[in-house]
Design a protein around this ligand. Structure first.
Ligand code: 5RP
Length: 239
């Protein structure tokens, strides 16, 4: 699960945590309804996706093939009997479903609380339809730091200086050997910051996801499940 530092949020109380878990489950269950026989499916990473995997398995669809964005997701999916392939084996995906740390009103996302944002962005971009699932507290009026980063280890001190203010996170390297860090400065303009982060040598990728990547946002809270259209329009079936 994303750490409080990674999401920039206070640790919730036990009753809040229980409500948040119920909301994550509700969003995940709603999104699992989109899965149909024969689909190729990108699976995100995190505690919301942990609710998604059994919901997909429970649908009992035939011929599903899935790509996992992290070793943890791959292990959990295999344990549930889901079939895992590589992205290169599957090519374009029918759908990808993933969580988020923050969602702003324009559809900008911050992802990477679990440090998996590089693979998650590749999988989201490879999907005809990218669906974000989240509990209601992830919907914010304005994005706030930190923004997760994956950095090459070569010259990382110079890279961090160029990204200042940024610091390495105390977490294992990514499955691809990248160092996980966080940009901790202001986010006045997500588009401008995304360009700055992408243009900095040594950055493998960052956790800002542009609205154009997302087809559908499913947010669950005490008032039920809200489905917001994203900027990337879905091909056919809607929630
Ligand atoms: C992992 C991610 C997750 O989707 C994000 O951190 C949300 O996590 P959770 O579902 O545990 O709240 O981007 O890299």
């Amino acid at each position: 699960m994303a750490s409080p530092r990674a999401t920039g949020r206070q640790r919730p109380s036990l009753s809040d945590s229980e409500a948040i878990a119920r909301h994550k489950q509700a969003a995940a269950s709603a999104a699992a309804e989109l899965i149909e026989d024969g689909m190729s499916v990108g699976l995100g990473t995190g505690s919301t996706v942990a609710f998604l995997l059994p919901a997909i398995a429970a649908r009992g669809c035939e011929g599903l093939r899935c790509v996992a964005t992290s070793p943890a997701t791959e292990r959990a999916a295999l344990a549930l009997g889901l079939s895992i392939a590589t992205l290169d084996e599957l090519g374009e995906l029918d759908i990808a479903i993933d969580g988020a740390d923050q969602i702003d009103p324009q559809g900008w996302l911050i992802k990477g609380g679990g440090g998996a944002h590089t693979r998650e962005k590749i999988v989201a971009a490879a999907a005809r339809r990218f669906v974000v699932i989240a509990s209601a507290e992830k919907a914010v009026s304005r994005l706030s730091p930190p923004v997760p980063l994956e950095l090459l280890s070569f010259g990382v001190a110079r890279t961090l200086l160029a990204l200042s203010p940024a610091r390495l996170r105390d977490s294992p390297v990514s499955p691809d050997g990248g160092l996980i860090a966080d940009y901790e400065g202001p986010i006045e303009d997500p588009h401008g910051l995304a360009s700055r982060l992408s243009d900095t040598p040594g950055v493998v990728d960052h956790g800002l996801f542009a609205p154009e990547l997302t087809s559908t946002i499913v947010i669950a809270g005490e008032r039920g499940v809200e489905v917001r259209p994203g900027a990337k329009q879905p091909p056919s079936k809607s929630l």
